[in-house]
Design a protein around this ligand. Structure first.
Ligand code: ADP
Ligand code: MG
Length: 243
């Protein structure tokens, strides 16, 4: 069963007193169970800060993060059952692909046979079965990214967070990996938030998109809504709507 995610009234300030800066303001985003939500906006608008708050790597100044209806603010990251995929993925260089994928399962003391079955299942979802015996140094950039996703996926997280995972890849590979991520989401049904600064990626990947600027969500809607009925000139210009 997929979990819902509610970001409710999130404010975030860095620093203290009159030197403090407000990075997120009144952010409200509800993500339905199994939904793939895109968070798009220019560099510095607060996307990573929001993901870090969802993951528990940072705390909000105000507001709640509810996973499956439960407020998780203050709960340590390891108890939140969230997987995060970044642009810089660190695979364990001395381990095979299979062991990289299975590592988190081994840490959770999953029996070996069950672990092997789960590694196969994830590898088949990502179409990397033929790479399971290789080391990370024997993989291309796109293959490494797939293994990183496999590792995150293996333990059946409640929530998947992607922070610009494709921004280090070349254009052709990026298009391929987008399709891959879409397929992966359809196969796993895991509730996901995907951060990007790339408008095309946003418009092609998500069922709903939150457009952010300066720590404020400017509009939340389907790609069609946002394109046809931008909430303000900022959104229209950013998305490239006809005016
Ligand atoms: P994005 O991911 O959209 O590029 P970030 O969430 O990384 O944006 O950053 C939003 C703003 O918050 C930026 O102006 C950044 O400089 C600032 N910021 C991020 N982390 C910190 C921090 N630990 N201390 C102070 N300012 C920060
Ligand atoms: Mg960022």
């Amino acid at each position: 069963m997929a979990s819902s995610l509610e970001i409710a009234g999130i404010n975030k300030r860095f620093g203290k007193g009159d030197k403090s800066v407000e990075v997120l303001r009144k952010v409200d985003i509800h993500v339905a169970p199994g939904e793939f939500l895109i968070l798009v906006g220019p560099s510095g608008c607060g996307k990573s800060t929001l993901l870090n708050i969802i993951a528990g790597l940072d705390n909000p100044t105000e507001g709640e993060v509810r996973i499956g209806g439960k407020n998780v603010v203050g709960m340590p990251p390891r108890d939140r059952d969230i997987a995060m995929v970044f642009q810089s993925y660190a695979l364990y260089p001395t381990m095979s692909v299979a062991d990289n994928i299975g590592f988190a399962l081994e840490m959770r003391k999953m029996p070996k046979a069950e672990r092997a079955a789960r590694i196969q299942e994830v590898a088949s979802m990502l179409q990397i079965e033929h790479l399971l015996d290789r080391r990370p140094s024997q993989l291309s950039g796109g293959q490494r990214q797939r293994v990183a996703m496999g590792r995150a996926l293996a333990r059946h997280p409640q929530l998947f967070l992607f922070d610009e995972p494709l921004s280090n890849l070349d254009a052709k590979l990026r298009v391929e990996m987008r399709a891959e991520i879409k397929r992966l989401h359809q196969a796993s049904g895991i509730t996901s938030v995907y951060v990007t600064h790339d408008q095309v990626e946003a418009m092609t990947l998500g069922s709903r998109i939150a457009v952010m600027k300066g720590g404020v969500v400017q509009q939340l809607g389907t790609p069609d809504d946002i394109y046809r009925r931008p909430a303000n000139t900022y959104v229209a210009t950013f998305i490239g709507s006809p005016t």
